[in-house]
Structures are given as structure tokens and as C-alpha cells.
Design a protein around this ligand. Structure first.
Ligand SMILES: NC(=O)c1ccc[n+]([C@@H]2O[C@H](COP(=O)([O-])OP(=O)(O)OC[C@H]3O[C@@H](n4cnc5c(N)ncnc54)[C@H](O)[C@@H]3O)[C@@H](O)[C@H]2O)c1
Ligand SMILES: [Zn+2]
Ligand SMILES: [Zn+2]
Length: 340
């Protein structure tokens, strides 16, 4: 029997490279050989025991791409040799959101690589065939690793409504914020201002097309963003979602603007509901993506609006996964990949 190497987070801040039998696809599933797997904030949070929904032990890796190696007999949508990217949501297809095309909101949602009995940080993994998208031939393997992360900002941008000609603020210039900037630019936003406390992140935002950047730690951050936009923000993408950023976002959006909550808040906090009513502020949550967003992300990458050379700053082998996780949280990287 052939063996498969897999990263297992066995305890808080403890990672093992385990050998296991190569998994066999059950009906409806395929076996994929990994090409590149992204390290995401949710992976590192869970590794440090700080993720609210991922219990340890867990098998990380939801930003997974690879090549199909084996398919169950009943699978017709992909073939052996196809290059694929995983859409890691695992919908039930029975509940109301699933029936209405909102399977990202499935009432019974499971998530590949996030507290599910399979993850992508392995030589090979099995997954339902309906969770795979084909990677077009003209998208390279490194660029393809950005399809899943980019799909989150694409979804958020779509929920915000048309961005063409709009004044946009993006709070937080991490991977998601910088990809959000790319989505705003690609969608024709008139002006985009980005905030972050870290100078290197602000520089990255300027390099990637922000009109201006603002130090998120400035006491008058929302006034500075308004100045830099020349007006209030039509849309603010809060890619951090702590109390100070969401309150600043509402302040920037006065009056009549939209705040999209893209960051995953670690705790609840109070919002100024009287101001939100009186000044017609829309606060819009945004959770992952649906296939339409993958299609747009693929189109953006094909058109070179998002390029691996701008976003992928670190690559590590499977046996260096812990170094990859450390690099990912160091503040020096945009997107770190694991390459078995
Ligand atoms: N909605 C979704 O479906 C979805 C999907 C993926 C990730 N996320 C969430 O999006 C958020 C961002 O993810 P990421 O991968 O870019 O994380 P990241 O850690 O790479 O980036 C966060 C950035 O925010 C900056 N920051 C910290 N405090 C700030 C402040 N007060 N104001 C402005 N910037 C500040 C940091 O310096 C960093 O550059 C996380 O909360 C993540 O969990 C949401
Ligand atoms: Zn992720
Ligand atoms: Zn469902």
C-alpha cells in the first residue's frame, strides 16, 4: 500500500507530518494530488488554539489546488489528469439556503480543511467532485493558488453593489484587504484608500494600486480617509472587523454608505444603531463565496488583474509547514504557500 504524508495539528502549536495509507475516493469523490496549498489566517488561528469553530486535533488546508489522480466510478464532472481548485465549503444541498443558490450559508455547512476529517495539506487528499473547479490551461499553478483567497473579496464586492465610479475604503491590507483592493480597482472604483497600522502593508497597498493609504493607528483615521477620498466612502470593506475598525467604517460611510464586514470578528461589540438608522448606513456581512465568485476570480487572474508575483511571497515544502505558518503570521508576507 502506498503512503501519503499529511500535516496534522495534534495539539495547540504542535504539528506532525503523519504517514497514512493513500486515501481512496468514496462514491462521488475524487483523489487529488496537491500542487499548492495556501496558509490562511484561519489555519494559523486554529494552530494557536484561537479559532472559535476549529477544534484540535485538526487537518489543515482549505486553499487547495492539485491534479486529479483517481475518480470514483460515478464521477463524471472531472477526469484523471484535470487541474483543479477546491471550493472548500461542503453544502448539504437540502436546506433552504442551498436550494436558493446560497450554499455558502448552508444550515448544515461543513468546511474542508477547517474541522473536517480531510484537509489539503497532504501529498494527496479526497474530496467531493462537486467541490472542484477546473483551472483553465492559461492559468499557471502559482496563480491558481490565488483563486480561493480572491473569491472572498469578489463575493464581498458583489454584495456591496456596483463599485464602478465609487469611493471605496479598504480597512486592513493583509491578503484579503489587498485582494479587496484589486477587486475594487477591477470593478472600476473611482478612488480607493487603504488603511493598515504596518508601514510595509501600506506600501504594498500603494504598489498594488491604492490611490492613498492611511495609518490605521492615527487618532483621526476616518477623517483622514475622507480627506484622501475627497468625500465620504460609498463603500467601506472592513477586512479586520474589530470594534475600532467597524466603528471607523461606519464613520467613513456617513451618510448613506455601505459597510461590508469581510473580517471575521473574534467577539461581538456594540454598533451605533441610532446613527445607522438616521444616516441610512447599510452594514452587510459577507461569508466566503459561491461558484459565481470563483468564476469571477478566475477571470480576474486570467486578465492579470491579480498576479502571483505580487501576492505570493513565500513557498515551503510539506515538511516545513510549521515554518510556513510562522512566516504567514510574521507580518512580512502576503500569501504563503505549501508545495508538497
Ligand atoms: N468573510 C470571509 O469569508 C473571510 C474569508 C477569509 C478570511 N476572512 C477574514 O478576513 C480577515 C483578514 O484576513 P487576512 O488573511 O487578510 O488577514 P491578515 O492577518 O493577513 O491581515 C490583517 C491585516 O489587518 C491589519 N490590521 C490590524 N489591525 C488593524 C486596524 N485596526 N486597522 C486596519 N488594519 C489593521 C494587519 O496589520 C494586517 O495587515 C480575517 O479576519 C479573516 O479571518 C474572512
Ligand atoms: Zn482561508
Ligand atoms: Zn444546506
Amino acid at each position: 500500500m502506498t503512503t501519503n504524508r499529511r500535516i496534522v495539528v495534534s495539539a495547540v502549536r504542535t504539528m506532525e507530518l503523519r504517514e497514512e495509507p493513500t486515501p481512496t475516493p468514496a462514491p462521488g469523490e475524487v483523489r487529488v494530488r496537491s500542487s499548492y496549498i495556501g496558509v490562511c489566517g484561519s489555519d494559523t488561528h486554529a494552530f494557536h488554539g484561537r479559532h472559535p469553530f476549529i477544534p484540535i486535533p485538526y487537518l489543515p488546508g482549505h486553499e487547495a489546488t492539485g491534479v486529479v489522480e483517481e475518480i470514483a466510478e460515478d464521477v463524471t464532472t472531472v477526469s484523471v489528469g484535470d487541474r483543479v481548485v477546491v471550493e472548500p465549503t461542503l453544502p448539504c444541498w437540502q436546506c433552504k439556503p442551498c436550494r436558493n443558490g446560497n450554499e455558502n450559508l448552508c444550515e448544515n455547512l461543513q468546511f474542508f480543511g477547517c474541522g473536517y476529517p480531510q484537509g489539503g495539506m497532504a501529498d494527496q487528499f479526497v474530496i467531493r467532485a462537486d467541490r472542484l473547479h477546473h483551472i483553465p490551461d492559461d492559468i499557471g499553478d502559482l496563480d491558481a493558488a490565488l483563486i480561493e483567497p480572491l473569491s472572498t473579496p469578489v463575493h464581498a464586492g458583489r454584495l456591496a453593489g456596483p463599485l464602478d465610479g465609487r469611493s471605496v475604503a479598504v480597512l486592513g491590507a493583509g491578503t484579503i484587504g489587498l485582494l479587496m483592493l484589486a477587486v475594487a480597482r477591477w470593478s472600476g472604483a473611482a478612488r480607493v484608500v487603504v488603511t493598515d497600522p504596518l508601514p510595509a502593508k501600506r506600501e504594498a497597498a500603494l504598489r498594488l494600486g491604492a490611490d492613498a493609504v492611511v495609518d490605521a493607528m492615527a487618532p483621526d483615521v476616518s477623517a483622514q480617509v475622507r480627506d484622501a477620498l475627497g468625500e465620504s466612502a460609498d463603500v467601506v470593506f472592513d477586512c479586520v472587523a474589530v470594534k475600532s475598525t467597524t466603528l471607523a467604517a461606519i464613520d467613513m460611510a456617513l451618510k448613506g454608505g455601505t459597510v461590508v464586514v469581510v473580517g471575521v470578528p473574534a467577539a461581538d461589540f456594540e454598533l451605533p444603531i441610532r446613527i445607522m438608522q438616521d444616516q441610512q448606513i447599510r452594514v452587510q456581512g459577507s461569508a466566503t463565496y459561491v461558484p459565481q465568485d470563483y468564476a469571477t476570480a478566475i477571470e480576474m487572474i486570467r486578465s492579470r488583474a491579480v498576479r502571483a508575483e505580487d501576492f505570493i511571497t513565500g513557498q515551503f515544502h510539506l515538511d516545513q509547514a510549521e515554518q510556513a505558518f510562522d512566516a504567514s503570521v510574521s507580518g512580512d508576507h502576503i500569501k504563503v504557500l505549501i508545495h508538497p
